[in-house]
Design a protein around this ligand. Structure first.
Ligand code: IMP
Length: 486
């Protein structure tokens, strides 16, 4: 077990930096042990979402495309509930279902079997990319025929559930959990159903089922308004629903295929780099997060195994990087983090880092770094590396507080548990670490320029979590990225 106080002494008193003040001696994507697939990297949200990992995926895609000319970007979970903004030649565009690699020529971007896909929103996003780039999608898009559809029916069902005191809490309204629930109930509709000659019958039966379910809740499917990237609209009668889908189906059919063999062949050719792009974050996992602020998919690296049908075992992936905000944690929803930050510092961070919900503008909760929680997330997801975002959110006059352990109501040291009742009983214990001037760090692109306090802090955090840093971000600009890769 790592002793944080001893680590503090080593790093801050003896100035032992474990070589984390410089680039790694070898590229972990290339110098791999036996059984590890070269040129493979997976990135997941390492905390509660909104960590800002899109920029790193973007950077990786550009690097790989420059070096290899081709790559695969594979998304294994979630659907239209995700979102990040990327910059293309000075223009900003929000992506939800398309992975960041959508802008990389030479990339094959795969919406994997583990996803739940909303056809209408995918089409809107593709149009948006066309508008911004002035051309068709630069990457080659593939939608796995076995990916589940998350339709307006699911959005309507979720909207109706929310009207009940005991249901539907905390969802984004994108029909994510009803679509995943269809799988467990053994009646999912999949992208491949759109390819079938009798697709109208299949989707019509699906409509009837949801009309009945929503009727049971006291609502009417046709009249229920659902959100979409193209605006809000009522689902409409069955014919309206099917006609709307028919247009989307025409647009998407060229992209839907069984990707199994392609993924198998590409994975077995280590000269084709793989970037696995996760959505949401470990803290939103239904098993490892705190109900009700959890999503229905598997946002951990473990989800890759099932989405690729066992072709890719996470243990074979060279780098499994969790993205976290370097100096604090943010969270939306009703969960109460044990390390919630005091004002006015929380508000200072909220303003400086624009910590407001992207769609709702709701102020996000800001918390101190919580090592017991992050260790739990690192373990359950099998993180090997760390992406440290927002290194510029630090203040020379305010030390960084890091929770090293909790004690329970009996004063006993107690572990992190993904259970709000247990967490409510925990008293956090902090170390205060010397900080740096974030403004000085903003926009930095080389490790050597980082102030010594930032280097020591990164060394401390990474040693405490037993992971290696691989990328850092130092500001909102697209190129404000530090890399530990040689
Ligand atoms: P759902 O994914 O729509 O079912 O929403 C369930 C929970 O996950 C809600 O508390 C959302 O706020 C949260 N959530 C889903 N996607 C994201 C995300 O990309 N960032 C942050 N929170 C998210």
């Amino acid at each position: 077990m790592i002793d944080d106080s001893q680590l503090w002494q080593e790093i801050y008193e003896q100035d032992r930096l474990f070589d984390l003040d410089r680039r790694l001696p070898e590229n972990p994507l290339v110098a791999v042990a036996a059984g590890i697939r070269k040129n493979s990297i997976a990135i997941e949200g390492g905390a509660f979402g909104d960590e800002g990992k899109g920029k790193i995926v973007d950077e990786l895609c550009s690097r790989f495309a420059r070096h290899f000319g081709a790559l695969i970007v594979y998304r294994w979970n979630g659907g239209a509930n995700a979102g990040h903004t990327i910059e293309f030649e000075g223009k900003r565009i929000a992506l939800h279902q398309l992975p960041s690699g959508a802008f990389t020529p030479g990339a094959i971007v795969i919406l994997g079997k583990g996803m739940v896909v909303h056809p209408g929103d995918v089409v809107t996003e593709m149009h948006e990319v066309e508008r911004v780039t002035g051309q068709a999608l630069p990457a080659r898009l593939l939608i796995d025929a076995l990916a589940v559809l998350a339709l307006d029916t699911h959005r309507a069902f979720e909207a109706q559930l929310k009207m009940w005191a005991s249901g539907g809490k905390g969802a984004t309204g994108r029909g994510i959990s009803p679509a995943y629930a269809d799988v467990l109930l053994r009646h999912p509709v999949r992208a491949g159903d759109l390819q079938a000659a009798d697709w109208r019958d299949r989707l019509g039966r699906h409509y009837d089922l949801y009309a009945a379910l929503i009727g049971g809740l006291g609502g009417t499917l046709a009249e229920t308004e659902v959100p979409s990237l193209a605006g809000k609209y009522p689902v409409g009668a069955k014919a309206v629903f099917l006609d709307r889908l028919a247009v989307q189906r025409d647009a998407l059919l060229p992209y839907i295929q069984d990707v199994h063999q392609l993924v198998f062949d590409a994975w077995n050719n280590s000269e084709i780099p793989f970037v696995f792009e996760g959505a949401q974050a470990v803290g939103l996992d239904p098993r490892f997060g705190v109900y009700p602020d959890v999503t229905a998919s598997d946002p951990t690296f473990g989800g890759i195994l099932h989405s690729t049908e066992g072709i890719v075992h996470p243990a074979q992936i060279a780098v499994k990087a969790g993205a976290i905000k370097a100096t604090y944690t943010s969270s939306v929803g009703t969960r109460r983090l044990p390390t919630l930050m005091d004002e006015p510092l929380a508000n200072r961070i909220r303003e400086d880092a624009h910590e407001y919900g992207a769609t709702t503008r709701r102020p996000r909760d800001i918390a101190y770094i919580d090592l017991p929680c992050l260790r739990f997330f690192a373990r359950v997801s099998g993180m090997t590396h760390l992406v440290l975002t927002h290194l510029d959110i630090a203040y020379a006059d305010t030390p960084i507080r890091v929770c090293t352990h909790y004690t329970d109501e009996h004063g006993q040291v107690a572990p992190y548990r993904p259970d709000q009742n247990a967490l409510n009983r925990m008293a956090p214990h902090y170390l205060e670490l010397p900080s740096w001037d974030g403004a000085q760090v903003r926009g930095l692109k080389t490790l050597e320029e980082l102030p010594p306090e930032a280097i020591r802090y990164v060394a401390f955090l990474c040693r405490a979590l037993d992971v290696t840093p691989i990328f850092g971000t130092t500001g909102p600009q697209r190129d404000a990225i530090l890399s530990w890769i040689p």
